[in-house]
Write a protein that binds this ligand. Structure first.
Ligand SMILES: Nc1ncnc2c1ncn2[C@@H]1O[C@H](COP(=O)(O)OP(=O)(O)OP(=O)(O)O)[C@@H](O)[C@H]1O
Ligand SMILES: [Mg+2]
Length: 236
C-alpha cells in the first residue's frame, strides 16, 4: 500500500495576547491571539477601524506591540534587530493599504525594488516584472510613472511589488479595494498561485467576493478583538 505523505502543520505567524495602544490611549487591538500556519491563506475581515491594518503593521514590524508576543517564521518580532530583521523582512511581501509607491519612479522600477535588494540579474528582474504586469493587465504601463497611474492601477503595481521576489509570507491590506471584478480576479489568481507555490498569505479585506466561494479561513476582528472564525461574516 502507498504511504500517504502528510504535510506537517507548522505555524508561520503566531500572535499571542497582543495589545496595541497608540498615543493618546487609543487601543486598536486588545489581547489578540491567532495562528496562521505555513502554506495557509486566510482572510481578515472587520468594519473600518476594527484593527486590521494595525495587526498587519505589527506583523511586518512597521509598528511594535504594546504587550504580547508575535512570532514570524519562528522568530520573536520584538527582539529582532539589524541584519536578522532585514532577512525576515526580505521573506515578506507587503501590499500596503496606502500603497507606498515611489511616484517619481515607473511601475517597473517600483516592482523591481525587492528583487534588486536581493541582487537578482537584470534580465531575470525584467522578465519577472513583464510577466507580473501582463498577468495584472498592466503590460502597457511598464514605463509609466506610478504617480500618473489610476488608483486601481497603483493598487495592482503595489501587489506586483509585494510578490515579485516570491516571498514566503504575503500580507495584503485590502489588495482589491479599488478594483473592478476582472482586475480583482487577476489579483486573486496571482495570490492563489503564490499560495499554491507555498506562500503563507494573510489578506485584510472588505470584499466578500474574494473569499465567499473558497475554503480558506476567515478571521473577524471587531473593535480590536478577534471574534474567531466567521462562517457567516457580518461586519464587512
Ligand atoms: N497611527 C495611529 N495613531 C493613533 N490611532 C491610530 C493609528 N493608526 C490607527 N489608529 C486607530 O486604531 C484603530 C484601528 O485602525 P486600523 O487602521 O487598524 O483599522 P482597519 O480595520 O484597518 O480600518 P479600515 O478598514 O478603515 O482600513 C482605529 O480606531 C484608528 O483610528
Ligand atoms: Mg485598514
Amino acid at each position: 500500500m502507498k504511504k500517504r505523505v502528510q504535510r506537517k502543520v507548522e505555524p508561520m505567524i503566531e500572535v499571542i495576547k497582543v495589545t496595541k495602544t497608540y498615543p493618546h490611549d487609543i487601543t486598536a487591538l486588545h489581547e489578540i491571539s491567532l495562528t496562521v500556519n505555513k502554506g495557509e491563506m486566510c482572510f481578515l475581515i472587520g468594519r473600518s477601524g476594527a484593527g486590521k491594518t494595525t495587526l498587519l503593521k505589527l506583523l511586518c514590524n512597521m509598528e511594535q506591540a504594546t504587550r504580547g508576543l508575535i512570532e514570524v517564521a519562528g522568530q520573536e518580532m520584538n527582539l529582532l534587530r539589524g541584519r536578522k530583521l532585514s532577512q525576515l523582512r526580505q521573506q515578506m511581501g507587503v501590499a500596503y493599504q496606502d500603497f507606498k509607491l515611489l511616484p517619481e519612479r515607473t511601475a517597473a522600477e517600483n516592482i523591481a525594488i525587492s528583487m534588486e535588494v536581493s541582487y537578482k540579474k537584470p534580465q531575470v528582474i525584467r522578465d519577472r516584472v513583464c510577466s507580473l504586469l501582463d498577468q495584472l493587465g498592466l503590460a502597457d504601463k511598464y514605463d509609466t510613472l506610478t504617480g500618473e497611474l489610476s488608483h486601481g492601477e497603483q493598487q495592482r503595481v503595489t501587489l506586483a511589488r509585494a510578490i515579485a521576489n516570491s516571498p514566503s509570507i504575503i500580507l495584503g491590506d485590502e489588495p482589491t479595494g479599488n478594483l473592478d471584478a476582472a482586475s480583482t480576479e487577476r489579483v486573486m489568481r496571482l495570490l492563489s498561485n503564490c499560495n499554491k507555490a507555498g506562500a503563507t498569505i494573510l489578506i485584510a479585506t472588505h470584499d466578500e467576493t474574494i473569499f465567499r466561494e473558497g475554503s480558506h479561513r476567515v478571521l473577524e476582528i471587531a473593535d480590536g478583538r478577534l471574534e474567531g472564525i466567521a462562517a457567516f461574516p457580518t461586519t464587512l
